[in-house]
Every structure is written in C-alpha cells, then in structure tokens.
Design a protein around this ligand. Sequence first.
Ligand code: ATP
Ligand code: MG
Length: 254
Amino acid sequence: MTGITNINDYREVKMDRVSTGVEGLDSTIEGGLPKKSITLISGPPGGGKSIFCFQFIYDGAKNGEKCLFLSLDKKAEGLLIQAKHLGFDFQPAIEQNLVKFLYLNISKKFVYETMTNEILSGDYDRIVLDSITPLSEMPIFMRTSMDNKVDTSMVDFEEFPEDVSLPTRRLHLRYILSALESTKSTSIVTSELPVGTSLLSRDGISEFLADGVITLSLDPTMDRRKLSVMKMRNTKHTLKPHDIVIDYGGIKIV
Ligand SMILES: Nc1ncnc2c1ncn2[C@@H]1O[C@H](COP(=O)(O)OP(=O)(O)OP(=O)(O)O)[C@@H](O)[C@H]1O
Ligand SMILES: [Mg+2]
C-alpha cells in the first residue's frame, strides 16, 4: 500500500532515475531514465548511438554500478579504442569487473542463448544492446520444452528462411526485451535507421515495446545534429528536438 488517497498525491511519488551521462539531457527528463526502464536510441549511421551507449555505461561505472555492453556490430577491441578516443577509458572499470564488453556474432549458433544468459545471470545495473537491428532481422526457431518454457537450444541462425515475417520479429524482439525487463537493470537498446525515414526504429516495432524512445538525427546541409525525446514513460518532457554536438567527451546538449 502506498497510502495515496487522491490524485495530487501521485504527483509527489518520484520515480527513481538513472543518469544518462549525456551532458544537459537528464534535466530535460526529470533527472534521468526511469530506473529499470528500456530506452530505444535510434538514428542513422554516424548519428551517435554508440557514443550515447559509451556515455551511459561510463557514467554507471563512475557510480560503481555493474554494467554490460552487448555489441552485435563491432568487436570489443574496436569499441574500446573508439571510446578511448572520445575520452572514455573503460580499462580500469573492466579490470575491476564493473564493466563487461561482450561481442556477439549473430551468425553463430546459441548466440541468443549466450546473450539472454548473460543478461539474466549478470546482476547488472545497466545494460546496453548495440544494436538490436541484426537480431530483429533474424528469425528464431524455438522449441517448447517439457515445462512449456521456451527452449533456446534450438535457435539456429545458420539456417533461416529469407523472409522474416512481422509476427516472428515481434516475438523475437519481445523475447529480448522481456529478458531485459526481468532484471533489475536500466537498459538502452539501439536501432539503426535508414537516413530520411519517418519510423522510430528499423523494425517498426521496438518503439512500441520500449518504455522510452530517443532519436538522434543529422542535418548534413546545415551541419547540425539533434536529439529528440519521442517517448519516456512516467516522464514529462518536451518533444522539441535539442541541438547537440559530438566532441571529445561525447554528446552534449547545447
Ligand atoms: N572525436 C570526435 N569528435 C567529433 N565527432 C566525433 C568524434 N568521434 C566521433 N564523432 C562523430 O560521431 C560519429 C560516430 O558516432 P557513433 O559511432 O556513435 O554513430 P552510430 O550512430 O553508432 O553509427 P552506426 O549506426 O554506424 O554504428 C562519427 O561519424 C562522427 O561524426
Ligand atoms: Mg554504432
């Protein structure tokens, strides 16, 4: 029981917030991402999605939180070099077992199982999945085990049909997101967007399944970048795009 007796009391109930590590962003979303939420960061190539993820994980490590960076695009070594160039040296936090970078090769068998096991067993405070796009474009083959739980041991990415239907993708994304949801962690999932699309994610589904959606966009003609908070559950925020810059130290709202 919360002891809440009228509607005004609800306004007093503050959600726990998790800082994003992006300078200027937290104050626009009531202090940060809602704790235990899943936020989709979508944008075109070079939009700053991975940099956003670095900032989020670096911020967590700075606070002594346990963080996981799941990469489906690039191997850990390349990511660590990219991050270090921007001023994020993860090596000390990795050595202290605060941060783990895990590269998952999507074409390998059991990748799905490896990923969910790590998410479920790692006791992480923050998890990043960069990016969800390769997963959302792969079908999954699942067998129902004796106790009616989904058995991922049948997942085989080396044999799949050309056409991945929408219901299959939805099931797939739901499964990933529900693995994230069932942990105590606050998560970020990125989605690649083709330049000029009006969709909020490549798959057209994850924006509905996530608790929050932040888009990063580019205007090459004006040499400008923007960040927009399109959705954030339990949060009052503007829909107006914020001007951002990317520099040493990452993304900054200007
Ligand atoms: N040191 C830097 N100073 C200024 N801008 C930088 C710096 N490092 C990277 N950038 C900018 O950030 C972009 C890369 O950002 P990031 O890797 O986060 O993009 P992304 O959205 O993850 O792209 P992709 O979908 O290709 O993975 C570069 O294309 C460049 O424009
Ligand atoms: Mg990237």
